[in-house]
Every structure is written in C-alpha cells, then in structure tokens.
Design a protein around this ligand. Structure first.
Ligand code: SF4
Length: 260
C-alpha cells in the first residue's frame, strides 16, 4: 500500500501494535506515580502562556509521548481496515478485534466476503452491537467496491461516504490512517478530550472537527485524532480521568490548572 512513513505499514495494521501503544501510556503512568516530573514527560509550568501557545504545547507533549500513534484496530489490508472501521461504530476496538480475528482469516477481500455470505458473516460478528445492520452494510459495501471501484477502497471522501455504513467520522479515519490525509476524525474520545482541554465548546461532531482544524497547528493534523483517542482511552477516561497522572494537567482547564 502507498502510505506515508508516519502511518502504519500493512504489517503494522496486521499486528495492531496495541502492546506498544499501551506501553507508552503505562510509561507515562509510571513516571507520574513515582512523582517524577521530567521535562520531556510532563508539561510542568509550561501551561502559563498564550492560548495559541497552550494548544501548541498540548500537541507537542502528545507528540513527545507517542511520536507515531496508530489506530488500534487490527487489519490485514486496506479492505479489512475499512471493515474494522465500519464495525467499530458504537463498539470498542477490542471487541472488534476479537470478532475479526477469525473473520479476516477467511474473508479479507470484497470477493471472499461475498462468498462467505450474509448469514455466515453474522455468526462471526454477533458479539458486536448492531451486528445485523453492520453485516448488511458490509455485504452491500463489498458489492459496490467490486462493481464500482475495482475492489479497492476509494480515496475520495465523497465516494467513501456513499459506501453503506461509512459516515463522515469513518471516512476521516480511513482517509487519515490509510491514505495519510490531514483530516481529523471526531469520535467520542476526541470530543470529550477536546472539550476538557478547551479546544472546543461544542457537542456537535462536525463543529468540533471544524474547531480543531482551526485551533490545532497544521503540522499536527496527521496524528491529532489518534493522539486524542489514545489519551481519552488510557488517561482522560470518560468516568474516571487520571488527572493526577496526566502529563497535560497544567495545560488543562478541567483537570489541571491552566490559566489561559
Ligand atoms: S488533566 Fe484530567 S481532564 Fe485534563 S486532559 Fe488530563 S486527564 Fe483529561
């Protein structure tokens, strides 16, 4: 696949690299829990600055903690990544990976998915929420890929968003993770973390996306979604954010003591 160096290779998609990313966040936790506030792992007093500087620092720290963030969805190729993204709507990556482990062994292309058929497909993904409609969408999507796109994943947003089960957020994930485009996908983690960090005030995902594109320096666009997703998954959790251990706490209005 043709992808930029900072994005996952096909083998990385296959491996998922979950342990590596979890390791990064465990490392943060260890630094924090031992009271270490090393400059490179903790924002310390750097939160006292202009608003632009604060946002820049937030992403500098996210970058320093995880220079090459990646989706935690496990896939074998572009097609299976697209299917995993479709399945991940209102489901955890962990649940999707568990279900697709066996599925992708026998169905890793539009043709092999059609050969598997709707009823058999449902058996593989029945542990995932909304599996009936997701299975129908996967079959319909596979038919369209074969008939209109030579069995390949289209690179144009309009084409992606016309595929069954692929909305704006999923299209952004595909454009960003597969094709390295500078877009920001707003899921529940990105929305929550962005609000807590004062990057947006909106609850509307499209508005949040537009706010983030305005406020985040362009050089961080490519990895912004993955950083915010991972920060939300491991540190800035929905019900129990780990603020005392968070390396962004002095840049955060909600859990820390950012002044501007
Ligand atoms: S300080 Fe707390 S609320 Fe703020 S980003 Fe960190 S974990 Fe989230």
């Amino acid at each position: 696949m043709n992808r930029p160096p900072s994005k996952p290779s096909e083998s990385e998609l296959l491996l998922g690299d979950t342990e590596h990313r979890s390791g990064v966040y465990n490392e943060v936790h260890e630094h924090s829990s031992t009271g270490s506030t090393q400059q490179e792992t903790d924002c310390g007093e750097l939160g006292r600055g202009s608003s632009d500087n604060r946002v820049n620092l937030i992403f500098q720290f996210l970058a320093s903690h995880n220079p090459n963030p990646k989706s935690e969805l496990v896939a074998k190729n572009e097609y299976t990544f697209c299917i995993a993204v479709l399945l991940s709507a209102q489901a955890t990556d962990r649940a999707v990976n568990k279900a697709t482990l066996d599925l992708f062994q026998i169905a890793d292309s539009p043709e092999s998915m059609l050969k598997l058929g709707l009823d058999e497909l449902k058996k593989y993904i029945k542990t995932i929420g909304l599996y009936n409609s997701k299975a129908s969408n996967i079959i319909a999507l596979s038919e369209i890929l074969i008939s209109q796109f030579d069995s390949k994943i289209p690179r144009a947003r309009d084409d992606l968003e016309k595929l069954p089960g692929i909305g704006r957020k999923s299209a952004n994930v595909i454009l960003n993770s597969l094709f390295g485009e500078d877009v920001i996908a707003v899921d529940t983690h990105v929305l929550r973390v962005s609000k807590r960090l004062g990057l947006t005030k909106s609850d509307n995902r499209l508005q949040v996306e537009q706010d983030l594109l305005k406020i985040i320096p362009k050089k961080f666009y490519k990895n912004a979604s993955d950083w915010l997703v991972l920060h939300g998954r491991y540190i800035c959790r929905a019900n129990s954010p780990r603020c005392s251990e968070c390396f962004l706490r002095n840049l955060c209005f909600v859990g820390g003591n950012a002044m501007i």
